[in-house]
Design a protein around this ligand. Structure first.
Ligand code: NAD
Length: 352
């Protein structure tokens, strides 16, 4: 039986996860009993109860699962702990590394009824439909790091093997093949040797995908182009740190970070989570937007379980409730009627 490890985590994670599960139950109907859903502790909640952000039982369950559905983790309560014990360093990074989740996939598509929620002009964002693919288990975040005392100094090493670069670029090319066949590889080849190597490999691989139009862009220019003329992009592929920054920037093109779903993949196995964090400022108040988590659950059905029709139904239901005018605070205009987390989940279920 396919296994899904459910990790609500901290803050609004506790509120948005039940809504995603509610929607999964509604869309799968009787087929829900063909899946095993099991909940596990992670993040600050796990620190409080077990002393560890990623308890061994949680890691084992995630290793054995076909898919992991994650809410969010972290919060001010655990910020004073040593860095390696905090939720992000202690759970999120090891989880990605242990599960070998090397590809982070984030689609950003403007939903017409949300155009007014964007901080950017309508003519800039109205046709946004792009995917950012970020390398997730290599680069500077995982390289050697340290400090030296004489003279006082610090270093973080950016390291990639050729194989790591090839496998993420392959996902870029293949995603482009299923879309508009345009791949933009983002780097900093004017300064970094790692970027020059990355570019050489991309050029070499492009020969295997003659239908894909490959372009290269420096990361600083890419940041500017994403807010100037985002329509030009179809698929963007980039290394870990550049991707970290560009995906947050790209999230605003879709209206709100509360709308942005993400998948972190290793083959068919995936960890699905909203792109936002645990939002401690609104946690426990039934204010969080659950749609990014609901859309992450749809990605899980599509990518891990091949249930494209069910995923389509969820995505259509989300578009429908937004077209009907349902809004959580983060995507509401001054005249909109604001509803809570639970009510938004109910509205999606009703729209199914
Ligand atoms: P955040 O994404 O939690 O919040 C940023 C802002 O967006 C806040 O004003 C918040 O209220 C709002 N927001 C986020 N998600 C929302 C939603 N679903 N609905 C409505 N509004 C939403 O980022 P932050 O404030 O920088 O970080 C808070 C905590 O989350 C930190 O401890 C951080 O380490 C952690 N974090 C975790 C993850 C993760 O679990 N993957 C990712 C990013 C940050």
């Amino acid at each position: 039986m396919p296994k899904i490890a459910v990790l609500p985590g901290d803050g609004i994670g506790q509120e948005i996860m039940p809504e995603a599960l509610k929607v999964l139950r509604a869309v799968l109907g009787d087929r829900i009993k063909d899946f095993e859903f099991q909940e596990y502790l992670v993040g600050g909640t796990a620190i409080d109860q077990t002393g560890k952000a990623l308890p061994p039982e949680t890691l084992k369950a995630c290793q054995e699962a076909d898919a992991v559905l994650l809410g969010a983790m972290g919060g001010p309560k655990w910020d004073k702990l040593p860095a390696e014990e905090r939720p992000e360093r202690g759970a999120l990074l090891p989880l990605r590394k242990e599960l070998g989740l090397y590809a982070n996939i984030r689609p950003v598509k403007m939903i017409p009824s949300l155009i007014s929620a964007s901080t950017l002009k309508e003519e800039v964002v109205k046709n946004v439909d792009l995917v950012v693919i970020r390398e997730l288990t290599g680069g500077i975040y995982f390289g050697e790091k340290g400090r030296k005392s004489d003279p006082p100094s610090v270093y973080d090493v950016l390291y990639y093997t050729e194989e790591e670069i090839r496998r993420i670029l392959k996902i870029g090319f293949e995603t482009a093949m299923n879309r508009k066949k345009k791949l933009c590889s983002v780097d900093k080849a004017n300064v970094l040797e790692s970027s020059r190597f990355w570019r050489e490999i991309a050029e070499d691989m492009a020969k295997e995908y003659p239908e894909v139009e490959l372009t290269h862009m420096y990361v600083d220019n890419a940041a500017m182009q994403l807010v100037r003329y985002p329509e030009q992009f179809d698929v963007i592929v980039t290394e870990n740190m550049f991707g970290d920054i560009l995906t947050d920037l790209a999230s605003m093109l879709g209206g709100s970070i509360g709308m942005l779903a993400s998948a972190s993949m290793n083959g068919k196995k995936g960890l699905y989570e909203p792109a936002h964090g645990s939002a401690p400022d609104i946690a426990g108040q039934n204010k969080a937007n659950p749609l990014a988590t609901i859309l992450s659950a749809a990605m899980m059905l599509r990518f891990t379980f091949g249930l494209d029709q069910d995923a389509d139904r969820i995505e259509q239901a989300v578009r429908k409730v937004l077209a009907q005018g349902y809004r959580t605070g983060d995507i509401a205009g001054p005249k909109d009627h604001v509803i809570g987390t639970k009510e938004m989940g109910d509205a999606v279920v009703a729209a199914l």
